[in-house]
Design a protein around this ligand. Structure first.
Ligand code: SER
Length: 361
């Protein structure tokens, strides 16, 4: 399956479960003082979770452009060095606003991954929140019970507040979560060390692909947790990781999402990408990643500048330039040459790149 087919399957699967397909909100946030950029699919739905506004649909599904380079969720220094963190990424999400809850969310995620996408059940692990006495939040016994019907006990892992309680920032809607991890190692490696021991241990081949968050609280400014009047579902699956798993690759950069930019960079630099850990290889990945963040944020109205959100984009731009100048020996501006391929790749789902190509370049 191509990345476009994988994205479409997600949307149509949930459409078939009564979800309304909605567009991504802009990656640049203008109306939320707690965030500079959209860092999760749920940002645009915050007011529905908090009960400040009625949701127009009880169930929605989308792919959201996200950026995790500032604030609570910041992955910038990992990007390019490893093979599965990104600045800009697409988060596939299905949402329930006061409608279905844990049972449906978990069962549908399992059905989609194993029956529709055909991921081997033996390679999947689920994490469950163990509770937190200090905050007086109970363990997720309901989620545990649902997973026990789907998975053997040695494929379920308990996690603490850091891994299994999701918050978008210092304040706002939040709740316990249940993640799905996939073990992409070889059969020999899997026989030698059980995947259960490698979940949430930064192993490059045992990675989280989907987070099912059960929004039950609002984190207030004074740090307290206020239970919400209704409960909601917020799920997020990184498209780039999912595509890597389904295309049988060991790196996100070997998928059709990034291969176009890598090939163009090879042509411009006259160097070959060898998918290793050398500085030039890191540079190829940095460029393939950063061009997306830069292009999408400019298209959504954030120009690089010397303050605030603009400065974040300038730092990404500088990091990209530094890498091609230093490690690929390209001494002329080159990022704009990656744009036409990117705009073509995303023209069906994010036509804003094509529409603003000259301006972004
Ligand atoms: N909000 C959760 C996350 O970003 C799930 O969508 O991981």
């Amino acid at each position: 399956m191509t990345s476009a087919e994988i994205r479409n399957k997600f949307l149509t699967f949930f459409e078939g479960k009564g979800h309304h397909i909605v567009p991504s909100s802009p990656i640049v946030l203008k109306d939320d003082p707690t965030l500079l950029f959209t860092n999760a699919g749920m940002n645009q739905f915050k007011d529905y979770f908090l009960g400040n506004k009625p949701a127009p649909y009880k169930r929605v599904v989308d792919t959201q452009k996200c950026l995790r380079v500032s604030g609570k969720h910041n992955d910038l220094e990992e990007v390019g060095v490893d093979t599965y963190h990104h600045t800009m990424f697409e988060m596939l999400g299905n949402w329930s606003f006061g409608d279905y809850f844990k049972k449906e969310a978990i069962s549908w995620s399992w059905e989609l991954l194993t029956e529709e996408y055909g991921i081997d059940k033996d390679r999947l692990y689920a994490t469950v929140f163990e509770g937190d006495a200090k905050e007086n939040i109970p363990a997720s016994t309901i989620a545990l019970g649902i997973w026990k019907e789907l998975l053997p006990a040695d494929h379920i892992v308990f996690g603490n507040k850091k891994d299994n309680f999701w918050e978008m920032g210092d304040t706002g809607p939040c709740g316990p979560c249940s993640e799905i991890h996939v073990d992409c190692r070889s059969d020999e490696e899997r026989a030698a060390v059980p995947g259960q021991l490698l979940v949430n241990k930064d192993h490059p081949q045992v990675i989280e692909i989907w987070n099912n968050v059960f929004i039950q609280y609002n984190r207030l400014k004074d740090g307290t947790l206020q239970p919400l009047a209704a409960t909601h579902v917020d799920t997020g699956m990184g498209l780039e990781r999912l595509v890597r798993v389904l295309q049988g690759k060991s790196s996100n950069y070997d998928t059709d999402i990034f291969s176009g930019s890598i090939q163009t960079t090879e042509l411009i630099s006259g160097k070959k990408y060898t998918a290793g850990d050398s500085k030039p290889d890191v540079a190829f990945r940095v460029l393939a990643d950063h061009i997306r963040a830069i292009a999408f944020t400019i298209a959504d109205g954030q120009l690089p500048s010397n303050t605030g959100a603009g400065y974040v984009i300038r730092r990404i731009l500088r990091r990209a330039v530094r890498y091609y100048y230093t490690y690929l020996d390209v001494k002329e501006p080159m990022l704009h040459q990656l744009l036409p391929g990117l705009a073509e790749q995303f023209k069906e789902v994010f036509p804003e790149l094509q529409a603003q190509l000259g301006f972004i370049a």
